[in-house]
Design a protein around this ligand. Structure first.
Ligand SMILES: Cc1cc2nc3c(=O)[nH]c(=O)nc-3n(C[C@H](O)[C@H](O)[C@H](O)COP(=O)(O)OP(=O)(O)OC[C@H]3O[C@@H](n4cnc5c(N)ncnc54)[C@H](O)[C@@H]3O)c2cc1C
Length: 404
C-alpha cells in the first residue's frame, strides 16, 4: 500500500532560456520523454539534456490515461518488454523516493464467446512461457474475484470465463511523470515547459537541432516523444510513419464504497473499469473510429461506454458521471510501439504508444536512453524498430491493446 504522506521531490527549473546547444534534446515532456531523460542521467551519466514541452509536464496522454499497468500481451517480444516495465514500476517508488500510488490489483479479461475463450487460453500459455503470470478462471472463480459482476452480462454478454493477470497494477499517472521530472532535473537535465518545437534543424541529411518558440537549439541527438503529435514532428524530418491519431475518452463516477480492488475488462466489448484511490469508478473503452486531433469529450462515447460497462456491473447504473476527458493517441498500423532509428541521422522516435503506452514508460525510457548512450538498440526493443514495416516483420497484436 502506498504511503500517502510521502511527497514528490522538487523539480529544479533552469533560471534562463535554453542553452544554445545540448548533447540530447527530447521533444515532449510526457512520460516517455521524461523517463528517457531520467535514465540518461541515472544510468549513463548523460545530463547535458533538454526536455522541451509545448504545454505543461504530463499535459498530454500521460496525465489523461486510466493508469493500467500490465504485461498480458500476445507476442513474446511484447510480453517480455511489458513485463520488464511492470517490474520497473514495482520498484519505482523505492528507486525515485517519490510516492506514485502504485498498487498491484490484478486484471481480469472476460470472454463472452468461444472464440474469445480460445484467445484468452492462448494468451495464458504465451504469457506463462514468456514470464508473465496470467491464468484462466471459471465463471465461479470470476464471481469470487468480482462479486459485483453479472455473469449473464445483462442477458446479452454472458461470461464464459476469463484470463486473470495477477500482477496487473495501477499507479497515479501524473506522479509518475513528476517522479521522473524531479529525478532528471535534480541530476542536471534542463526541463522547459511552454516551449514548442516548431521545426528541425538540418545539416545535409542529418538532424542537428530544433527550432523552438524560445529560439534555435543545437543537439547531438533529437528524440521525438510527442504522443499524438508524432506525425507532425516526424514530417519536419521528412519521415512518414504508419501511425494514425485517434481520440480516446475516459470518465469517472462519484465515489463508490472502497474495496473494488481489481481491474475488470472485456476486450470483446472493449471496455474496462477500476477504482481510483479516491473511490471513483474509472471507466474507459474503445478509441474513436474517426482519426482526429480533437480532445473534445463526446456524448456518444459516454453513452456507448456506459451501456457496455453497466451490463457487466449493474451497480454502476446508480452512479453519476462526474468528469470526462479525452486524449489523442498515436495508433500504429500493427498496434505495437515504434522505438529507435527513423532513417534520418540524429533523429530518433518513441511512438505508437496509442492507448497502451503508460505501462511502458519505465522500460521505454530505459531502453531509449541506452540506445542514445551506446548507439545500439537494446535487445528488448530491437524488434520494435520502424524498419519492421519495410522488412515485413510487423508485430500485429491488436487483441492485446485492450481497446480498438
Ligand atoms: C483516455 C486514455 C486512457 C489511457 N489508458 C491507458 C492505460 O490504462 N494504460 C496504458 O498503458 N496506457 C494508457 N493510455 C495511453 C498512454 O496514456 C499513452 O500511450 C502514454 O501516456 C504516451 O506517453 P508519451 O510520453 O508518449 O506521450 P504524451 O504523454 O502525450 O506526451 C507527449 C508530450 O509532447 C508534447 N508535445 C507535442 N508536440 C510538441 C512539440 N512540437 N514541442 C514540444 N512538445 C510537444 C505534448 O504537449 C505532450 O505533453 C491511455 C490514453 C488515453 C488518452
Amino acid at each position: 500500500m502506498s504511503d500517502y504522506t510521502r511527497t514528490l521531490l522538487p523539480v529544479r527549473w533552469p533560471d534562463d532560456a535554453p542553452k544554445a546547444s545540448y548533447d540530447v534534446v527530447i521533444i515532449g515532456g510526457g512520460g516517455h520523454g521524461l523517463s528517457t531523460a531520467y535514465h540518461l542521467a541515472t544510468r549513463h551519466g548523460i545530463t547535458n539534456v533538454a526536455v522541451l514541452e509545448a504545454d505543461y509536464i504530463a499535459s498530454g496522454n500521460t496525465g489523461r490515461n486510466t493508469t493500467i499497468i500490465r504485461a498480458n500481451y500476445g507476442l513474446p517480444e511484447a510480453i517480455r518488454f511489458y513485463q520488464h516495465s511492470l517490474e520497473l514500476y514495482q520498484g519505482l517508488e523505492a528507486e525515485t523516493g517519490a510516492d506514485i500510488l502504485h498498487q498491484t490489483k490484478g486484471i481480469v479479461w472476460l470472454a463472452h464467446t468461444e472464440m474469445a475463450m480460445r484467445t484468452e487460453r492462448a494468451r495464458c500459455a504465451m504469457n506463462q512461457a514468456s514470464g508473465a503470470q496470467t491464468f484462466m478462471r471459471t465463471p465461479a472463480e470470476l464471481k469470487e474475484l468480482v462479486p459485483q459482476l453479472d455473469l449473464t452480462g445483462g442477458g446479452r454478454y454472458p461470461v464464459l470465463g476469463g484470463s486473470h493477470h495477477v500482477e496487473g497494477a495501477t499507479a497515479r499517472h501524473d506522479r509518475v511523470a513528476w517522479a521522473y521530472a524531479s529525478g532528471a532535473s535534480q541530476r542536471g537535465v534542463d526541463l522547459f515547459q511552454h516551449t514548442t518545437v516548431t521545426g528541425l534543424r538540418r545539416d545535409g541529411a542529418r538532424v542537428v537541432g530544433v527550432e523552438t518558440t524560445q529560439g534555435p537549439i543545437a543537439a547531438g541527438v533529437v528524440l521525438s516523444a510527442v504522443g499524438g503529435r508524432v506525425s507532425q514532428v516526424a514530417a519536419m524530418a521528412g519521415v512518414r510513419l504508419p501511425v494514425r491519431t485517434h481520440p480516446l475518452h475516459a470518465f469517472v463516477t462519484n465515489d463508490y464504497a472502497p474495496g473494488f480492488d481489481i481491474i475488470l475488462a472485456s476486450t470483446e466489448l472493449a471496455c474496462y473499469v477500476s477504482q481510483t484511490d479516491r473511490g471513483q469508478m474509472l471507466i474507459g473503452a474503445e478509441f474513436d473510429a474517426q482519426p482526429s486531433y480533437s480532445r473534445q469529450s463526446s456524448y456518444s462515447a459516454l453513452r456507448s461506454y456506459s451501456y457496455k460497462i453497466t451490463r457487466l456491473l449493474p451497480f454502476l447504473r446508480d452512479m453519476r458521471i462526474l468528469r470526462t476527458w479525452a486524449g489523442i493517441c498515436d495508433i500504429s498500423a500493427d498496434f505495437s510501439p515504434i522505438m529507435g532509428a527513423t532513417g534520418v541521422d540524429g533523429f530518433l522516435i518513441t511512438t505508437g504508444w496509442g492507448t497502451w503506452g503508460f505501462k511502458a514508460i519505465p522500460a521505454g525510457g530505459e531502453a531509449l536512453a541506452e540506445l542514445i548512450a551506446t548507439g545500439r538498440p537494446p535487445d528488448l526493443i530491437a524488434p520494435f524498430a520502424l524498419d519492421r514495416f519495410r522488412r515485413d516483420h510487423v508485430l500485429a497484436d491488436v487483441a492485446s491493446a485492450g481497446t480498438r
